[in-house]
Design a protein around this ligand. Sequence first.
Ligand code: ADP
Ligand code: MG
Length: 456
Amino acid sequence: MGQADPHAWDGILAQLRVTNPTTWRRWFEDIEPLELAAGTLKLLVREPVQLKYLQHRCKQQFTEATQAVMGLLVAVRFVGEADLEQPVAAGPSDAATAAAHYPPSHQPQCEGFDDEMLICPDHLFENFVVGPGNELAHAAAIAVARKPGWVYNPFFIHGGVGLGKTHLLQAICQAAMYGSPDFRIYYTSCDGFINQFVGAVGAGRMDDFRHRYRHVEMLVIDDIHGLSTRERTQEEFFHTFNSLYQAGKQIVLSSDAAPNEIPALEERLTSRFNCGLVAEIQRPAFETRIAILKTKAALRRITLSNDVASYLAAKIDTNVRELEGAITTMQGLAAINNGPLDLELAKRAVGEKNGSSDTQLPSIQDIVDTVTSHYGVKLSDLLSKRRHRSIAMPRQVCMWLARKHTRYSLQEIGGYFGGRDHTTVMHAVKAVNMKRGKDPTIDQDVTQVEQQLLAP
Ligand code: ADP
Ligand code: MG
C-alpha cells in the first residue's frame, strides 16, 4: 500500500464486509487509511467514540482482513486526530501511547470511559426510531443533550428489556460531547458504580472515587435498578447525587422499573429520582418495528424488502434487540448459503430462534391482525385514545385475548395497546366477560374471533 493506497483499502473494507457481515457498519467507510510503515497500517478515525470502539472491539477483524488482502503479516493501528498533530511512535498500546504524550486536557475526550463503558457508535439519535412508545423519552433526551443541567434534572428513563434505554443514554453522551470535546461526562453501568465503590472502600481510596464521580458536568448511569438492596452503595449514591444536583450538573439514569417500583430502594432516592422527568419507554408498535428494522439494515448497508421487514416485525413484537438479532441471524445464514436476504431466509432465521414452546402462543401481532380484520378497524384506532363504542369493543377484545392467550402481564398488555395502565386491562377483561354473559350475540362473536386466532 506504501503511502496508503486507497484501492487496497477499498479491498480491505470489502473483505471485512464478506468475512464479518454482522460487525461491518456504514461508518467504517469514514475511516481514512494513512500509511503503511514498519509493518503497521495506520488508520485514522476522527470520531473519538468510534476510535475507542474500534480499538476495543474490531482490531482482530481488521487485522485479519488486511492480512488476507495484502498477503502480508501487517498489524493494524487505529489512531485519532490527536495523534496526528504530534505524531507519536508506534507503541504497544494506542491508549497508553496517547496518554503518555498528551497533557490530560488534550487527551481524546472519551478518556472518561473505561472498558465497561464502551459506547457503541451506532447509538446516535439519528439511528433511533421514534414511535408512540418512546416519543417522550426521545424528546426529553434530545433536550437534555442540548442543555445539560437545565431542562430535566434528573432525567430518568425506564422500560422493559431491549427497548432502547441504553441506546438513548449513549445517544445523549455522544450528542453532548459532539462539538464540545471538553465537556466532562461520566458514563457507567450501575454495576460499574457498585464495583468501583466496593473497590474504593477496600483500598481506602474513597477520595479518588468521589473525585471521579463528582467532578463531571454530566453523570450517566445505566440500569440504576441494580442499586436495589445495596444499602451502602445507595447511601454513597445519594451523596453523589446531591453533590452533582446542587452544583447544577446533569444526571441521567435508566432503569427496568419506575422509581417507586424498584424494590428495596430507599425512599429518599425514590423521591429524588422522581423530582426531575421520569419517562417510560414502551414496546414499539408494528410500524415502528418495521422502521427500526430498516434503520438497522441501513447501518449495515443491506436492504430488507417490505415483505421481509413486515414478516420479522410481525413475528417479533417484544424486544428490539431480538429484531436486530434476526437480521444478524439472516446475515449469517445468507453467508453460509451465499443466498439473498429473502422471505424464505427470514422464516428460517425466526424459526430457528423460536423453536421453543412459545411458538404455540399467539403473538400480540396475531391478536391485532385477527381483531382488526374481524371488526374492520385500523391498528391506529386500536392504539388511539378514542373511546367510541366501535373501537372500544375491539380494543377490549384484544386485551381479553392477550390476557387469556399470551404470557404478558397486565401492564405489558396495557402498554402495547396505546399506553394504557394495568387497571384498564383488568377492566377490559371484566367488561368482555360481562358482555358475553349478558348478550349471546356478543358471546358468539368473541368465540368466533378466538377461534380465528387459534386456528392453525
Ligand atoms: P435496553 O437498554 O432498553 O435494554 P438497548 O438500548 O440496549 O435496550 O436496545 C437494544 C437494541 O435495540 C439496540 O441495538 C438498540 O439500538 C435497539 N433499539 C431499541 N429501540 C430502538 C429504536 N427506537 N430505534 C432504533 N433502535 C432501537
Ligand atoms: Mg440497557
